[in-house]
Design a protein around this ligand. Structure first.
Ligand code: 6GU
Length: 241
């Protein structure tokens, strides 16, 4: 999968996406990530990319021309118009199903805004999807773009090892992960739950399932209503549904 990030801060996104699992996937050739510097496409003498909004008001806007030309350079190179996501608090909130859906694409363009936003006309021309990462305001779209690249990449086949791939499934069932423990058996006077040392895999699985449900009730009661529970579990936990 190929990510094309249109941004005024290419170093920020490239550095943030160069290490750990995403870096390894790039080295393996499963992903490519490029940052296209919008400033490189301005036709303005002083490399300016922003201007005052018509009608007045606070702040500056990114102008249509450099954004369009940066986008067009990617489209001309890959030979088709891929889905183009504009990172903005004015979009639906990014979710795991959206990450899974976007991971089907061969190419994805992510457009990062700055200042007070981008001239509406270029958004109408190039954007296919508006996406927010949550209800708070950030200074630009770079961190959201990095969040999206991370979440989408781990849905691309081969990016996660078998060991790493477990936890999404549980979240997709809308249950949180059960608590986990490693050595030593006792730390600061706290013991690992004895059932995990019993060697009884069926009992361990049942305990983990119960813990996942109890943790979801405690920490994310809103999720439980969407969780995939058995008939028996629905009865047992019906007061929380
Ligand atoms: Cl996608 N962009 C900006 N600038 N702020 C945000 C956001 C996106 N999502 C939440 N806040």
């Amino acid at each position: 999968m190929n990510f094309h990030i249109l941004t005024l801060f290419p170093d920020m996104v490239m550095q943030g996406l160069s290490t750990s699992i995403i870096g390894r996937a790039k080295d393996k050739g499963l992903l490519s990530i490029e940052a296209v510097n919008i400033r490189d496409y301005t036709l303005e003498r002083h490399k300016k990319v922003d201007d005052y909004p018509y009608g007045g008001g606070a702040g500056m806007l990114m102008q249509a021309q450099p954004v369009y030309d940066a986008w067009k350079s990617v489209v001309d190179r890959i030979g088709y118009k891929p889905r183009t996501v504009y990172l903005t608090p004015q979009g639906p909130t990014f979710t795991q199903p959206m990450a899974k859906d976007l991971a089907q694409a061969k190419d994805l363009i992510l457009l990062c805004g700055h200042y007070e936003g981008i001239d509406e006309r270029v958004l109408e021309e190039i954007v296919t999807d508006y996406v927010s990462i949550g209800d708070y305001v950030l200074t630009g779209g770079e961190l959201p773009a990095m969040v999206m690249v991370d979440a989408i990449s781990r849905m691309v086949p081969g990016v996660l090892t078998n060991d790493e791939s477990g936890s999404t499934e549980s979240f997709e069932g809308n249950l949180l992960e059960y608590p986990q423990y490693s050595r030593p058996e006792e730390w600061m006077g706290k013991k690992v739950p004895s059932i995990l040392l019993s060697g009884d895999h069926k009992k361990v699985d049942e305990w983990r399932r119960e813990q996942a449900i109890l943790r979801t009730i405690k920490r994310r009661p809103d999720l439980l209503k969407k969780a995939e529970l058995t008939k028996k579990e629905q009865m047992k936990y019906q007061e929380y549904l």
